[in-house]
Design a protein around this ligand. Structure first.
Ligand code: E4P
Length: 216
């Protein structure tokens, strides 16, 4: 399973990349706004900065919602760097735009996916990635990880090549569940990635080893 970091914060991207386990980055308009990135030039420069930090797929989301504008915007985003993946919302025009990008050799990430039906449409349009939002489904009182298993099963039966990019990850357990259920990629906040490191028995064991090492 590939690891992406889900942030537009350059320091966090750098920290995750330095672990040596990072395969890419996802951003969205909320994450870009959180970093205070405003205006077309600054947005483009920020994506360039991310591409310089990480050698892997970098999702950049279109802001328009009609087919023609999404195609124009996506072309501009894709021209920033070969690693840019155009992130497109799961709406009717979005599916049409994904098909256009697929036919024109531009990688896509179909975002805001909450059902298996939506994931089938994204795969039919040739999306490179499909992003089911696990945490937001959990927040609504359903079991988000079940969707990962369902999509993985359907894609396997149907031979779809679209990669399942588990998104809206809230904790380390989400990452483990997504790995178990067949996600190809997990995009995670830095805290969730670092959460995988933690176990109290590791801390207790290391403290004892260090104490005993003084007697060596
Ligand atoms: C990633 O591509 C998504 O935009 C992101 O994971 C959404 O996460 P959230 O539900 O924490 O906003």
């Amino acid at each position: 399973m590939k690891f992406f970091i889900d942030t537009a914060n350059l320091a966090q991207i750098k920290e995750a990349n330095e672990l040596g386990i990072l395969d890419g980055v996802t951003t969205n308009p909320s994450l870009m706004a959180k970093e205070g990135i405003k205006g077309e030039d600054n947005i483009i420069q920020h994506y360039k900065d991310i591409c310089e930090l990480v050698d892997g797929d970098i999702s950049a989301e279109v802001l328009s919602t009609d087919y023609a504008s999404m195609v124009e915007e996506g072309k501009k985003l894709a021209a920033i760097h070969p690693n840019i993946v155009v992130k497109v919302p799961m709406i009717k025009d979005g599916i049409k735009a994904i098909k256009w990008f697929t036919d024109n050799g531009i990688k896509t990430n179909c975002t805001l996916v909450f059902s298996a039906g939506q994931a089938i449409l994204a795969a039919k349009a040739g999306a490179t990635y499909v992003s089911p939002f696990i945490g937001r489904i959990d927040d609504s009182g359903w079991e988000g990880s079940e969707l990962i298993g369902q999509i993985a099963n359907i894609y396997s039966i149907q031979g779809f090549k679209t990669e399942i990019l588990a998104a809206s990850i809230r904790n380390a357990n989400h990452i483990i569940k997504c790995a178990e259920l067949g996600a190809d990629v997990c995009t995670c906040p830095l805290d969730s990635i670092l959460g995988l490191l933690k176990h109290p028995l590791t801390d207790i064991g290391l403290a004892k080893f260090l104490e005993d090492a003084k007697k060596m």
